[in-house]
Design a protein around this ligand. Structure first.
Ligand SMILES: [Cu+2]
Length: 658
């Protein structure tokens, strides 16, 4: 009896597998929730970044379980990338093969040199770009609602369609059965004729007619469709196959579908250097989907890839991308990494599979988290927004809420007197303090549109222009070996191209995306990010000189890199994603003409079109910089070259205009 039951189940499962095969081929997943438990009212792109008014207590409910937690606002952000191969163009015209990441969402933003990070409503649209798409990009979608920053392969949830299921009776799973002493004629098999769509929960199964009694069954759904109906009790006495009725339960699903062909058409040879830029805001939840499309130029390889956020305060090793400690993404699969954004700063990311190889080959990207100080209501005192420890009231007032109201961000680092308005306490080092407040209140207030590198509390890291700069180097011999079937010697790597945002001078100052012809003869955007910096003497707040935040990271595999400025000072305000400030709140910023980084380090540098500024809170410019062109370049003189070309290399320009 047991054997026969299993056989029957096996037959049913085989039938189901054959019928539902097309749905099972959708292994690429495109996902981005419109709301979460932490962000039940996540803002849309039209609403924009929500104001930060201090932490609030939220009473939530997760599937009937009451939850209370502290919320600091924020939004839900999403992005999708491909992992695979691609080509780029060196400063001397050499076209170089890469293992690389490319954009699968936010394509228009990426091409414009911006982070490709989307609000859910931007992401959850099929990609289209009004017919101006490039070769190698997906064919434009012609549906009613699509967008230039939508996710390639996103197909909106289909409407509800009822599934159709029929049954089979008897030991041979026939349409008729004769009851005998050994054959009770139960309902032993179900055939899914139409899997339906849009089921939010398994439908109930009702079995009627057929002359028998007692048969029951349960449905299983996947991706909103019925993928199996399994008998829970075959019943007996069924002389003909009874009628199966499915009754939908609960809300209709909003699960989107996936266009795997669009993902492959775009993702293969889609490589960018640097990899797609991520930029989101403190307190956001970030859903990042990596889709491994394989490497068409190396079909012999079965490389997995991961995303590792270097130096990032990641709560879960599961999402940290270190394959030895978590998981890696196979060819043909998608995986969605999940991040909270607890601490603002300049980070960077890379694939963590065989790091010397995959980093050298181009799997390096940039990442920054904007501080919540950007989201303060206009007119808020930034110092009080950090030191406020109230639970009610208005942010930016002595009694109001602030960083100190939230245990995770509270700093009790240099004695409580500074931070708690005269209360004396024993000075203790607080190793969890990530944002010490300034030693004194300078009275700096936030104005609409002001941006800061960190939650500084004194406006000292305010800037106008974002300039992500990633330093990298390519060894053309290693890349040639990487495209062929020769053994690779990691210790023999010798960089001969020295790259700022994936380009050598003079390509560094070429505006717009650089495209490269891949081996199929199609041009694709390969290096979207120029590093030309243009500062205006009148473009800042109230017609004042502008400031640029250089978010510099180094993922060079084989060399230290030095970047020097000629005639223009650089002010270093952050190191390895932390504000350069001691625990007592003293700014340790310094002004220099030369910074040096090894692989795996980041720095925040402000360059200013004003040579001399007055003190906080006004920071009034007393001496503007002379207009003209300045250079950021490496004084490692052998790095001012593009392989055999005795010219170029690690250099870019800063132009100061009126
Ligand atoms: Cu990789």
């Amino acid at each position: 009896m047991l054997t026969r039951h299993l056989l029957c189940r096996g037959f049913a499962a085989l039938t189901l597998a054959l019928i539902t095969l097309p749905a099972a081929a959708q292994t690429f997943m495109v996902q981005c929730p419109t709301s979460t438990l932490l962000h039940p009212n996540a803002p849309t792109s039209a609403a924009g970044e929500p104001a930060y008014t201090g932490p609030t207590n939220i009473a939530g409910n997760a599937h009937g379980v009451a939850l209370t937690y502290r919320s600091n606002g924020g939004a839900v952000k999403c992005q999708q990338i491909s992992g695979g191969d691609g080509y780029m163009t060196e400063g001397d015209g050499n076209q170089t093969f890469m293992f690389s990441f490319g954009p699968l969402s936010g394509l228009q933003k990426i091409r414009n040199g911006q982070p490709g990070t989307d609000f859910p409503d931007e992401f959850r649209k099929p990609y289209c770009e009004g017919g101006s798409y490039l070769n190698g990009q997906p064919n434009p979608y012609s549906g009613a609602s699509c967008g230039p920053n939508g996710a390639v392969g996103f197909v909106p949830p289909v409407g509800f369609r009822a599934a159709n299921v029929s049954s089979a009776v008897g030991v041979s799973n026939g349409t008729t059965c004769v009851v005998t002493a050994t054959e009770p004629c139960g309902v032993n098999g179900f055939i899914v004729n139409d899997a339906g769509a849009g089921y939010g929960a398994p439908p109930t199964v009702t079995i009627t007619g057929g002359g028998g009694t007692g048969a029951t069954a349960a449905a299983v759904i996947g991706n909103g469709s019925v993928i199996e109906v399994a008998p829970t009790n075959p019943g007996h006495g069924y002389t003909s196959a009874p009628t199966v009725t499915l009754t939908a339960v609960g809300a209709v699903s909003s699960i989107p579908q996936t266009d795997a062909a669009a993902i492959m058409n775009t993702g293969v040879m889609n490589g960018n250097i640097p990899a797609p830029l991520f930029g989101f805001d403190e307190d956001d939840e970030f859903f990042l989907t990596l889709t491994n499309v394989g490497m068409i130029m190396r079909p012999d390889l079965f490389e997995t890839h991961t995303v590792h956020f270097h130096g990032y305060p990641n709560a879960s090793s599961y999402y940290d991308g270190v394959p030895d400690a978590s998981l890696a993404i196979n060819i043909g699969a998608s995986f969605t990494y999940y991040y909270l954004a607890p601490d603002a700063g300049t980070y960077f990311w890379h694939c963590h599979i065989t790091p010397p190889e995959h980093l050298q080959m181009g799997m390096v990207g940039q990442l920054f988290v904007r501080p919540r100080q950007n989201r303060l209501p206009a007119g808020t005192d930034t110092y009080l927004a950090l030191t406020g420890s109230g639970t009610t009231g208005t942010i930016g007032t002595a009694a109001g809420p602030g960083q100190q109201s939230d245990l995770r961000t509270a700093c009790y680092s240099s004695g409580e007197s500074n931070l708690r308005f005269g209360a004396t306490g024993t000075p203790t080092a607080d190793i969890l303090c990530s944002t010490p407040a300034p030693a004194a209140d300078s009275g700096f207030t936030h104005a609409a549109g002001y941006k800061y590198v960190y939650n500084d509390g004194d406006g000292s890291t305010r800037y106008d222009i974002d300039v992500p700069i990633q330093i990298h180097g390519f060894d053309p011999n290693f890349h040639f070996v990487g495209m062929t079937f020769n053994p690779e010697g990691f210790s023999d790597m010798k960089d001969k191209y020295f790259l700022l945002n994936g380009r050598s001078y003079p390509d560094t100052i070429t505006t717009g995306a650089i495209t490269t012809m891949a081996s199929d003869g199609l041009q694709r955007p390969s290096q979207p990010l120029p590093s030309l910096i243009t500062l205006s003497l009148s473009g800042g707040p109230g017609g004042t000189p502008q400031r640029a935040a250089l978010r510099i990271s180094d993922l060079d595999v084989s060399e230290y890199q030095t970047l020097a400025s000629l005639g223009m000072p650089m002010q270093l305000v952050g190191y390895n994603a932390k504000i350069l400030r001691d625990q007592a709140g003293n700014n340790l910023y310094y002004t220099t003409n030369s910074i040096t980084l090894g692989g795996g380090e980041s720095l925040d540098v402000i360059i200013d079109a004003c040579a001399v500024r007055g003190p906080a809170p006004a920071y009034t410019c007393t001496t503007p910089m002379p207009t003209g062109t300045y250079f950021l370049y490496t004084p490692n003189l052998d790095h001012l070259a593009n392989d055999a070309e005795n010219f170029g290399g690690l250099m870019t320009e800063v132009v100061i205009t009126n």
